[in-house]
Design a protein around this ligand. Structure first.
Ligand code: R1P
Ligand code: MN
Ligand code: MN
Length: 397
């Protein structure tokens, strides 16, 4: 029996790649910056389980430096390395698809950092088809900031808040009760069709609630993502008769392609519980794929260093539960999709190496070095599962 598990820590980069300067990210290092911050605070990080698997050693491959507070130099139990991205984007879809064997070799469309950010032809059509009184925002923004800036006006006028980021996204925020959740979803479905000529990766519904300048997003976010342009590891596993268990936002990211079953959870720890459940249920040739989104959504984009650090400690503390239940023939990889250094300026992702830490009963510990594509991860798992090889990437084990 062979099974594969991908534990993806959304935005957990291990240091800038050689091309990071093109993205304004030459100094970015999500892991290293958090570790340095913690050491300065007098409370060095301690991630003993990740460290033993080879996390800090992988980061050392990427940067030539040891993250502060990490002192283990040998005796690692994982096969560890880092990977650089072949896709030009530093967004979630590019990262995930490339891991699964499909790098994004075309250019996504992006909306410019101007106000208005969206082409008038697009907003005119959306206003018409959605029977809307107009829009607020129409700019680059942090989602949690803009709802508090424009929430009162949105409630008073019924105009949805349109915004974007350095990613290929059009996001629409609206009040769940005043505007209505179903209406927001309908507007997003219309927008999903309208952005097609602009090559945009995702339209995201961002419902929120609250009153009088104090607004909070709800869990009813919904992503309308374009599907990957070619079959991914998920399709290869499913086509070979294996179950693909998608946890958290994985199914949305692959537009449900190649997904057999979806398990959701409101936060990282609930997703960890779901991972343990999937671990009990997954059968031969299965792929269990979890995205721990809090790192990115709650801490990376919000530039919350302490929150990011704490979330890493929480995940590390739970890893032994998962490791204790591994069976012969299980292969696990801990990885990420891009960086989001909480000490970088702005609120966007950062172009970084991602961790590639394989472990499990069948994995012989060793140093893997630097991969030139994230697809080496998917190809290694495809090989392990005995499913059709991916068209991109090299088997590492
Ligand atoms: O600031 P918020 O709304 O969280 O937006 C973030 O979430 C989007 C999708 O993950 C990214 O493109 C980034 O802009
Ligand atoms: Mn991401
Ligand atoms: Mn993000």
């Amino acid at each position: 029996m062979s099974r594969a598990f991908i534990l993806l820590l959304d935005s957990f980069g291990l240091g800038a790649t050689p091309d990071a300067d093109k993205y304004g990210d030459a100094a970015a290092n999500t892991f290293g910056s958090i570790a340095a911050w913690a050491a300065r605070e007098g409370r060095p990080m301690a991630l003993p389980n990740l460290e033993k698997l080879g996390l800090a050693a992988a980061a050392h491959i990427a940067t030539g430096k040891w993250a502060e507070g990490f002192n283990v130099r040998d005796g690692f139990t994982g096969a560890y390395g880092v990977a650089r991205e072949q896709s030009t984007g530093k967004d979630t879809q590019s990262g995930h698809w490339e891991i699964a064997g499909v790098p994004v070799l075309f250019d996504w469309g992006y909306f410019p950092k101007t106000v208005p950010s969206f082409p008038q032809e697009l907003t005119d059509k959306l206003q018409d088809l959605g029977k809307l009184p107009g829009f607020l925002g129409n700019c680059h923004a942090s989602g949690t900031t803009i709802i508090n800036e424009l929430g009162d006006e949105h409630v008073a006028t019924g105009k949805p808040i349109l915004y974007t980021s350095a990613d290929s996204v059009l996001q629409i925020a609206a009040h769940e009760e005043h505007f209505g959740l179903e209406r927001l979803y309908e507007i997003c479905e219309i927008a999903y069709e309208l952005v097609k000529p602009y090559n945009i990766g995702r339209v995201i519904a961002r419902p929120f609630t609250g009153a009088n300048g104090d607004y909070k997003r709800t869990a009813n976010r919904h992503d309308y993502a374009v599907p990957p342009p070619a079959p991914t590891l998920l399709d290869h596993v499913k086509d070979a008769g294996g179950e693909v268990i998608a946890l958290g936002k994985i199914s949305d990211i692959y537009a449900a392609k190649g997904v057999s079953r979806v398990l959701k959870g409101p936060d990282n720890m609930a997703l960890f519980d779901q991972l343990l459940k999937a671990q009990d249920e997954a059968g031969d040739k299965s792929l269990t794929f979890v995205n721990f989104v809090d790192f990115d959504m709650l801490f990376g984009h919000r530039r919350d260093v302490q929150g990011y650090s704490q979330a890493l400690h929480e995940l590390d503390a739970r890893l032994p539960e998962f490791i204790a239940k591994l069976k012969d023939g299980d292969m696990v990889v801990i990885t990420a999709d891009h960086g989001c250094d909480p000490t970088s300026p702005g609120s966007d992702h950062t172009r970084e190496h991602i961790p590639m830490i394989f472990f499990g009963p069948a994995v012989v510990p060793r140093q893997l070095g630097i991969s030139e594509t994230f697809s080496d991860i998917g190809q290694t798992l495809a090989h392990h599962l005995g499913v059709k090889p991916l068209s991109n990437g090299t088997n590492l084990l």
